[in-house]
Design a protein around this ligand. Structure first.
Ligand SMILES: [Zn+2]
Length: 216
């Protein structure tokens, strides 16, 4: 069952690898199914050779209902995010280097780039360190969520989440692109000013806010 959805998880993981968000069999991809159960990538398996039979389906409580593989080791954290955010239908976890590097030196990635606003809705928070494969990773993601579609996990990686898989993938990929640009700007030694919140609002597509900004 859910062949198409399972294939989409594998294709997403391969795209994450192509975009250098993960290496070897790192990270994971999960999606809420129409049944309410969650499809998750298995632990420690190469995405290149993975097929739909390798995808594990679990109940919202984590009980395996389909598949023989061991679910991703971050399952507890991910199920917590799905439980707390009913609007989220897909999560992506990566160890993407530029966003993770930024998380080592900042408490927040302020909104300053168009792709960041378009794909993530604005500034991206950094959650404190928590051991991997621990529910705490999900708890801190929810706690530090500020409207962004991703949270940077200090000393670990990124958790991206969205109403659908493509949006979650875009959030993670554009976060990486934006973080690389931001770090390059910081490397000049000059201060990088975040965008005026009114401009962020305008970029988000509120037609009134752009007009209001110009009238100031
Ligand atoms: Zn991880």
């Amino acid at each position: 069952m859910y062949e198409r959805e399972k294939r989409a998880l594998i294709d997403c993981a391969l795209e994450m690898k192509a975009c250098r968000l993960i290496t070897l069999c790192g990270g994971n991809v999960c999606a809420r199914l129409e049944s309410g159960n969650i499809a998750v990538t298995p632990s420690g398996l190469d995405y290149e050779t993975m097929n739909t039979d390798d995808i594990v389906v679990v109940t919202p409580e984590g009980q395996v209902v389909e598949g023989t593989r061991r679910p991703t080791s971050d399952l507890d954290a991910i199920l917590y995010i799905f439980e707390q955010f009913p609007w989220v239908n897909a999560t992506i976890h990566t160890h993407q280097p530029y966003a993770t590097a930024l998380g080592l030196v900042a408490d927040e990635f302020p909104a300053c780039l168009v792709s960041q606003i378009d794909a993530l809705r604005g500034s991206v928070p950094v959650a404190p360190f928590t051991p991997s494969s621990d529910k705490g990773m999900g708890v801190l993601t929810v706690e530090h969520y500020n409207g962004s579609l991703a949270v940077i996990l200090r000393g670990h990686g990124v958790m991206a989440f969205a109403p659908d898989l493509q949006q979650a993938l875009y959030a993670a990929v554009y976060l990486e692109e934006a973080a690389q640009t931001y770090l390059a700007a910081l490397a000049t030694g000059r201060k990088v000013e975040p965008l005026d919140p009114e401009l962020v609002k305008a970029e988000l597509g509120d037609p009134d806010s752009w007009a209001n900004y110009l009238q100031k």
